[in-house]
Write a protein that binds this ligand. Structure first.
Ligand SMILES: Cc1cc2nc3c(=O)[nH]c(=O)nc-3n(C[C@H](O)[C@H](O)[C@H](O)COP(=O)(O)OP(=O)(O)OC[C@H]3O[C@@H](n4cnc5c(N)ncnc54)[C@H](O)[C@@H]3O)c2cc1C
Length: 366
């Protein structure tokens, strides 16, 4: 950038767009030492990375559902909010990279444990297709085999509320600890980022019950001898919970998931306690809805009656620009969010440069 004569102001966030009669003429920014910069510009591109770190905005966009901010949490919606001040329209604000689960209390486990031993108890137990996922009332809400697709499974969790209960019994935890997941019916292990296998199939999950025991003692994981007691501990409806588990166990015996069509081999029968309920919440890596743009990457006014007129000299790219996704991030296309960040930046940059310099740029040639 420096080679091209650009100046970068680090630790100097933009705080406001400067506009005259609705036409953007620059940005106001504030340095770390409090210095206010009024920067004049013929074109301004919003690229502040969305609003994952602004829990109020995220909750509003998700119609009241809460998720864990697990991305660049200093991205708090500045670019979008600055454009809203000028009357900009938004698009698909509810679209988020909802991706991976957290088990409540996992981060509070104390003691000297090997990284992987700790991980198995505090994370891996949320990524098992063989246990039932229940909503706050006790109904199963999805085919748990979708756990192999991070976006699908996390969107399913968020679609039914703030959290879910993932159910185990002591017999299953013991099988995992002594033999590994294959002995409980799991066929394919789960990878997580650089970790190729977080659900070992053919080796015991060392110290699993000891670490889970700690989470029970801390009050995060609920343990009960009977389903009635488990309902009391978790707040689920006892009749719904008992009916759900009876159906799940019957389907497990028959190896047919009559509710969601899951592979019948992936249903571990849990007909006796003690039972364990793990509270699972959703992680949000990034928001991907934002201000509405037109085909020239110009931010537009919220005036659908006029076909969305552009705000002069204002552009948006990356996570600040909404519209690529409808209501959620489709992880079936790996790298889609990052690819959009790069390419929309290039396109917005070209259009903003044309606007600022009064030239035409042919991106097929440049
Ligand atoms: C853990 C994780 C894993 C991911 N994995 C993938 C993946 O596998 N594939 C994929 O496609 N995408 C992935 N993403 C999403 C991807 O990283 C984002 O979509 C992409 O970085 C968005 O680019 P951006 O330029 O819009 O925003 P960012 O890269 O977030 O850049 C925004 C910048 O603006 C700065 N900023 C914020 N406010 C202001 C302000 N007021 N003034 C000036 N600067 C400001 C921020 O500090 C930041 O440097 C992942 C995200 C996370 C968190």
């Amino acid at each position: 950038m420096e080679e091209y004569g650009a100046e970068v102001y680090y630790e100097t966030p933009a705080v406001e767009l400067i506009a005259e009669n609705g036409v953007v003429t620059g940005v106001k920014a504030e340095g770390k030492d409090g210095t206010i910069y009024n920067i004049k510009a013929k074109s301004v591109i919003l690229a502040t990375g969305g609003f994952v770190g602004n829990s109020d905005m995220v909750k509003e966009a998700l119609n009241g559902v809460s998720v864990n901010a697990s991305g660049y949490n200093t991205n708090v919606g500045d670019g979008i909010n600055m454009a809203l001040e000028l009357g900009a329209a938004t698009r698909s604000m509810e679209a988020m990279v909802l991706h991976t689960f957290s088990i409540e209390g996992g981060s509070e486990v104390k003691g000297e444990y090997d990284f992987m031993d700790r991980y198995l108890a505090t994370n891996s137990l949320a990524y098992m297709p063989i246990v039932p996922w229940l909503d706050a009332q006790g109904f199963r809400y999805a085919n748990e085999e979708i756990v192999y697709d991070r976006a699908l499974s996390t969107n399913a969790l968020v679609a039914q509320g703030n959290y879910a209960w993932f159910i185990y019994n002591e017999e299953l935890l013991n099988i995992l600890e002594n033999e590994g997941a294959a002995a409980a019916g799991m066929k394919e292990s789960i990878a997580m980022g650089p970790m190729p296998d977080i659900t070992p199939l053919h080796r015991g999950w060392n110290k699993l019950t000891e670490i889970v025991g700690q989470m029970v003692e801390n009050g995060h994981v609920k343990k009960a001898d009977t389903l009635d007691e488990l309902a009391k501990e978790t707040g689920m409806d006892p009749e719904i919970l008992k009916a759900t588990m009876a159906k799940y166990n019957e389907d497990a015996r028959n190896k047919v998931d009559t509710l969601f069509g899951k592979d019948g081999d992936l249903m571990f029968e849990m007909s006796s306690g003690p039972y364990y309920a793990f509270k699972v919440t959703a992680n949000n890596l990034c928001t991907v809805g934002g201000v509405r743009i037109n085909a020239n990457f110009q931010v537009v006014l919220n005036d659908p009656e006029n076909g969305y007129t552009p705000i002069k000299n204002l552009y948006a790219a990356g996570a600040d620009a909404g519209g690529l996704y409808s209501d959620h991030y489709a992880h079936t296309i790996e790298g889609a969010a990052q690819g959009w960040a790069y390419n929309s930046g290039r396109l917005a940059g070209a259009r903003a440069t044309e606007n600022a310099l009064g030239i035409k740029i042919d991106l097929f040639k440049e």
